[in-house]
Design a protein around this ligand. Structure first.
Ligand SMILES: [Zn+2]
Length: 222
């Protein structure tokens, strides 16, 4: 706080810089609920959404802060639960293994700081996914290929994997820096694979559940 505008140090998932960002807008929702009318005991809770502006890349980040008056620490201090809603590189989805999340986030953190380290972390992320999916093979390319053959991954992603192999070899065997464009493509590619394997099946299950529910409800009426 301080001054007219609030500032907060955040990791920008657009450009990878950890920097102080100005809070340019916010919206607060709060509510309360009586638990015990006689003793006038009530709990309160709410959400605050904030938009932060990154001075390095001129993109915005949307943060959600959730709080509940009963969620307090040992000295009665209020707990606040923060999460980044946008950009959607925050992959803290419960269906994704924690190791995969950590490896991917460390790749994002060094983006624009060290491209070779970023690609190294992306390869590590993919390796962890392959192992989690019981892929056969010792090299990343072999493991990804195994996943295509088993139908876990669509063939469409094959050419990207070749690109990844090339980039990985470059990172390991040369002193040359991998280009920003290639790094962006590889981040997209890794994120697509994460979503395809861990997030999409869950989403489809939910859609299927809703469709079946609707069909059975309509069926009753006919
Ligand atoms: Zn930024």
């Amino acid at each position: 706080m301080g001054g007219n505008a609030e500032e907060k140090v955040l990791l920008c998932y657009h450009c990878g810089n950890k920097t102080s960002m100005k809070k340019v807008a916010k919206h607060t929702y709060r509510d309360r609920e009586f638990l015990d009318y006689e003793n006038n005991f009530w709990v309160s809770y709410g959400n605050e959404w904030s938009i932060f502006f990154c001075p390095v890349c001129q993109n915005v980040t949307i943060e959600e802060c959730y709080w509940h008056s009963e969620e307090t620490g040992p000295r009665g201090e209020q707990y606040y639960n923060y999460r980044i809603l946008y950009p959607q590189v925050n992959i803290s989805n419960t269906t994704i293994p924690e190791k995969v999340v950590k490896a991917f986030e460390s790749a994002i953190k060094v983006r624009h700081i060290d491209n070779n380290t970023c690609v190294f972390s992306l390869r590590k992320t993919l390796e962890l996914i392959c192992k989690d999916q019981n892929a056969q093979g010792t090299k990343l390319y072999e493991m990804l290929n195994d996943l295509y053959e088993k139908g876990v991954l669509p063939k469409l992603l094959d050419s990207m994997a070749t690109l990844l192999r090339k980039a990985g070899n470059e990172a390991a065997h040369s002193d040359e820096e991998i280009s920003d464009g290639l790094v962006s493509d590889l981040i997209d590619f890794t994120q697509t694979i994460i979503e395809y394997i861990y997030v999409l099946p869950n989403k489809l299950q939910k859609i299927q559940y809703h469709i079946e529910k609707q069909v059975s409800e309509n069926g009753r009426g006919i």
